[in-house]
Design a binder for this molecule. Structure first.
Ligand SMILES: C[S@@+](CC[C@H](N)C(=O)[O-])C[C@H]1O[C@@H](n2cnc3c(N)ncnc32)[C@H](O)[C@@H]1O
Ligand code: SF4
Ligand code: SF4
Length: 329
């Protein structure tokens, strides 16, 4: 249906195929490029009680079965396991949890309860990882210990590496580490101000970046399952080219159930909060009230986020046959 809406009819908005639920807006780290920094600074909120989470997730489940739990740092919340169990009982699949990995040893059950745990890893030594997270070195070591433990325990773990001009050399080490331990590797350029930060770096840093992404593509051709995302995604990441982004494909929900504007850069006229997942009125009805589903797609005016969750679906609409082939390979 989204294929017809997006590709055949050339519409701007598609219905969400996945939901990101921010379990909280607080964190034990301070990555300098954190995409949630402003939210966390302004709201700094913990999670909400499980009854409220249930109301929110029931409303979300009526829209999509695919759930991505992030934050802030979700493992800071004492009820994170209860939330995962609840999501399972409500029939969500897949349930993915994204974490900085520092606290997984304190919440070991989380690893069993999610279909996939994505651990953020941006450097190849505990000391450098700690420096990026701006935490003490012992926590940097925890990330590595917890990641290896989780990978051994379930095998349902992947790594997400955020690339800036400062960690390209480390990223080579992260890729090698993942290949050595059979942990799928994902890469995304750090997005700052709706642009990949690397795009404004010096030519030699951009070249080093491109060479690294080239190496990731080689790994993907040799071992398709070792690298997350399609080859067309990696090509876009390497070239830093724009793409036909349709941000409404991903719905973002705040800890208290607010439905967030899919992209406040492109949809400036749309309020920051476009509704609330409280079960009184369906999310789809609220989306249709705020977003004109008959509007024709327009190019993003300058932004070029290159996040996998935006590029992947865009490429699937642009080159469906290639994407299906890659998905099945
Ligand atoms: C906001 S974090 C929340 C989950 C958890 N605190 C973590 O860091 O994994 C979600 C994901 O976005 C990534 N991320 C954060 N800021 C980013 C940025 N500016 N550009 C690209 N990815 C970013 C993180 O590395 C992480 O994989
Ligand atoms: S660990 Fe995650 S939420 Fe925390 S500062 Fe880093 S990217 Fe942001
Ligand atoms: S590429 Fe443009 S439309 Fe898409 S999320 Fe980024 S700023 Fe928004």
């Amino acid at each position: 249906m989204n294929f017809v809406r997006g590709r055949v009819l050339g519409r701007e908005f598609i219905l969400p195929f996945t939901a990101v639920y921010h379990l909280n807006l607080r964190c034990n780290s301070q990555c300098s490029w954190c995409s949630r920094e402003e939210d966390m600074r302004l709201h700094h909120s913990g999670g909400v009680d499980i009854t409220k989470v249930e109301t929110i997730l029931r409303a979300v489940r009526r829209l999509t079965p695919s759930l991505y739990i992030a934050g802030g740092e979700p493992t800071l919340e004492a009820n994170v396991s209860e939330v995962l169990k609840l999501a399972r009982n409500l029939g969500f699949w897949p349930i993915v949890l994204n974490t900085n990995g520092t606290l997984l040893d304190r919440r070991p059950e989380v690893v069993q309860l999610a279909d996939r745990i994505i651990v953020s890893l941006h450097a190849d030594t505990p000391a450098k990882q700690a420096a990026i997270l701006r935490v003490n070195p012992a926590l940097g070591q925890k990330v590595f210990d917890n990641l290896l433990w989780a990978a051994r325990t379930t095998g349902r773990v992947a790594v997400n590496c955020v690339l800036t001009q400062d960690n390209i050399e480390d990223a080579h080490g992260v890729l090698a580490f993942c290949l050595a331990h059979n942990i799928p590797f994902a890469v995304v350029p750090a997005v700052v101000g709706y642009q990949p930060a690397i795009a404004t770096a010096s030519p030699d840093r951009i070249e080093a970046y491109r060479q690294f992404v080239g190496k990731v593509m080689e790994a993907k051709s040799q071992w398709p399952r070792a690298v997350v995302g399609t080859m067309s995604y990696l090509q876009k990441v390497q070239s830093l080219d724009g793409f036909d982004c349709r941000p409404s494909g991903i719905i973002t929900i705040s800890p208290e159930g607010k439905i967030v504007n899919p992209c406040s850069f492109k949809y400036r006229e749309v309020p920051q909060t476009i509704g609330v997942a409280n079960g009184h009125e369906s999310i789809e009805v609220q989306l249709r009230r705020q977003l004109d589903f008959s509007a024709t797609h327009t190019k993003c005016p300058g932004g070029n986020c290159l996040k996998m969750c935006y590029v992947g679906p865009a490429m699937a609409l642009e080159t469906p046959a290639q994407s299906i082939r890659e998905f099945l390979s």
